[in-house]
Design a protein around this ligand. Structure first.
Ligand SMILES: Cc1cc2nc3c(=O)[nH]c(=O)nc-3n(C[C@H](O)[C@H](O)[C@H](O)COP(=O)(O)OP(=O)(O)OC[C@H]3O[C@@H](n4cnc5c(N)ncnc54)[C@H](O)[C@@H]3O)c2cc1C
Length: 336
């Protein structure tokens, strides 16, 4: 019997599930991704795709470690392969700083990355003087960027090579779709869409405005964790400078005030950005949730639903691990 699987959503999470399931089931399943939008119009497409847990609600640290480690390993494998360039994977140094002493910066993931260390008092003072801040803690490590504008088309091609099908369309009523379609398995990767599609009140937007500039001399990532902090993340052909994280803000139009905050703040950190050519502004709505939801539900008529949404500001960081988790939930029932 051929298993009929529908994945709803073609963002980084839907595509990661698509590739892992298609590789696992091969010709034993027919897998279709149904989505309202595809790359380059998904939430991740404007992001820098930096590996690093961030804005992920109160998801348990054990789960974040599990999912992000699997994803880090996947990026590393890609980075070492011939596909690194087309998949948009880079290995880069990163600095994360904070001017708050209230909480110790979270570092539970530190053993996953290479070369992690705390910044010294001298380094913090130097960075503070250079940027006009008062940093009291910070860390340095190596990490990956997997820029979705390249990663998503790359994953799409692999999915298609394994006979995966793509359908453009919006599911208006989830229960009707589950009941009336002929799919045995439905995987819900609709991100923020789950707020309306399945009425999940724990889902909310975390608005992110960024800008892209051309600054080929930038070779390291800089993140200020303060609520009004800025960040700079180089990708292969441009640099993302940011950024905002406004809770429950659904405005997808770039705001002039946010743009000023981004440009001025980032120039203060790296004055040479004054000479960078401005490319464009971009706004995305991160699919925030109280915690990431990966859960299997079996309907009365024996269909399997697996939810995989609510990845907040870490959707790229944990995508591959979450897809592995989805596959693990599916395997026993399908007896393959
Ligand atoms: C400014 C910004 C910067 C970011 N930077 C990073 C970063 O550096 N690192 C990182 O890890 N993460 C980052 N993120 C977060 C990351 O982009 C998201 O967590 C991730 O893209 C979410 O992916 P997703 O596949 O779950 O959802 P989405 O990409 O939102 O995809 C959801 C899909 O479901 C489809 N859909 C929704 N409803 C329906 C429906 N009813 N019927 C059919 N289809 C439907 C949509 O069309 C879409 O294709 C950033 C986000 C923003 C906004």
């Amino acid at each position: 019997m051929v298993l009929k699987i529908a994945i709803i959503g073609a963002g980084v999470n839907g595509l990661s599930c698509g590739v892992q399931l298609a590789k696992y089931y091969k010709n034993l399943a027919e897998i279709t991704i149904i989505s309202e939008v595809f790359s380059p119009h998904t939430t991740g497409d404007g992001s820098a795709g930096l590996w690093g847990p961030y804005l992920i609600g109160s998801t348990k640290s054990e789960k974040i470690i599990e999912w992000s480690k699997i994803t880090h390993d996947f990026f590393e494998e890609l980075w070492l392969s011939d596909d690194s360039g087309i998949a948009g994977i880079c290995l880069i140094p990163a600095i994360r700083v904070s001017s708050s002493n209230d909480d110790i910066m979270e570092d539970f993931w530190k053993d996953i990355v290479y070369g992690w260390r705390r910044l010294t008092k001298y380094e913090l003072e130097k960075l503070s003087n250079e940027t006009g801040n008062k940093f009291v803690q910070g860390m340095q490590f190596m990490t990956f960027t997997a820029e979705p504008i390249k990663l998503l088309p790359y994953l799409t091609e692999i999915f298609k090579k394994f006979n995966g099908k793509l359908i453009e369309g919006k599911i208006e009523n989830f229960n009707d779709f589950v009941k009336n379609s002929n799919y045995d398995v439905i995987i819900n990767c609709t991100g923020l869409g789950s707020k309306t599609l399945i009425g999940d009140k724990n889902v909310h937007a975390i608005r992110g405005q960024v800008a892209r500039v051309q600054a080929p001399w930038m070779y390291y990532t800089y993140l200020d964790e303060a609520s009004n902090g800025n960040y700079i993340i180089p990708n292969t052909e441009s640099v993302v400078i940011g950024g905002t994280h406004q809770m429950e803000d659904y405005n997808t139009i770039p705001d002039e005030g946010d743009k000023k905050f981004i440009l001025n703040g980032c120039k203060q950190i790296v004055p040479a950005l004054e000479n960078a050519s401005f490319l464009f502004d971009w706004v995305g709505l991160r699919p925030g949730r109280t915690e990431v939801r990966i859960e299997k539900v079996i309907t009365d008529d024996g269909k399997i639903i697996i939810h995989n949404y609510g990845h907040g500001g870490s959707g790229v960081t944990i995508c591959w691990g979450c897809a592995t988790n989805v596959l693990e939930l599916l395997k026993p029932k399908s007896n393959l």
